[in-house]
Design a protein around this ligand. Structure first.
Ligand code: FNR
Length: 181
């Protein structure tokens, strides 16, 4: 039987190393896990007037439906100014106010990266604060805060063995949680 993880990327730029991390997930996930990438760059800035005046924007609706149908979410994120990046926070703000609350009770893995030595660890833990408020269940297990990322990617993928092992263990943990329901 197959389970599905939705993978979100908190950086919008094409050459993003966070995107490279996300691109590596399929080959590091346990057998039977399907990774579905969803983009967030077409979401408007959160504004309740938009929903009130013209309904939930189509890309928000699509994102919410995909998450609702998935077994778990993998949040891949950079760190901006020691905090979570605005674009992905904006997505979470939309999701958290959409009836049905698709992130509520959803198993989530948080993975951060940085060219710096600490791997965006402050962003990683700031995400847990946001996610706990919206009722998501952040999976424990090895911290995936990959530092010195520039040395660990090649050809658009994460190639560092130690980091790959960490991501793989975290995905295994997420699959176990998601399967346990
Ligand atoms: C950064 N960067 C950064 N890095 C870090 O480790 N801690 C930080 O607080 C910040 N702050 C920060 C703010 C802003 C506005 C930018 C643009 C960048 C550096 C950041 O980690 C680096 O640009 C990464 O490459 C961003 O991830 P992507 O775009 O490669 O996925």
């Amino acid at each position: 039987s197959q389970i599905t993880f939705v993978a979100l990327c908190g950086s919008l730029r094409r050459a993003s190393m966070t995107r490279m991390l996300r691109a590596t997930l399929p080959e590091l996930a346990p057998e039977g896990v399907r990774i579905v990438d969803v983009e967030i760059d077409d979401l408007p800035l959160f504004n309740e007037d938009i929903r009130a005046e013209s309904g939930t924007p189509a890309p928000v609706k699509a994102l919410c439906e995909t998450i609702a149908a998935a077994d778990a979410v993998v949040l891949c994120s950079p760190e901006y100014n020691r905090m979570v990046p605005g674009a992905l926070k904006n997505a979470m703000d939309w999701i958290s106010t959409e009836p049905g609350y698709p992130m509520s009770g959803k198993p989530v893995s948080v993975m951060t990266q940085s060219p710096g030595p600490r791997g965006g660890n402050m962003s990683n833990y700031a995400w847990r604060q946001v996610l706990s408020v919206i009722g998501a269940e952040v999976v424990p297990g090895p911290d995936v805060s990959i530092g010195l990322m520039e040395d660990k990617v090649a050809d658009g993928k994460l190639v560092d063995e130690a980091a790959r092992k960490l991501v793989s263990r975290q995905l295994g943990q997420l699959a176990a949680w998601a399967s346990a329901g």
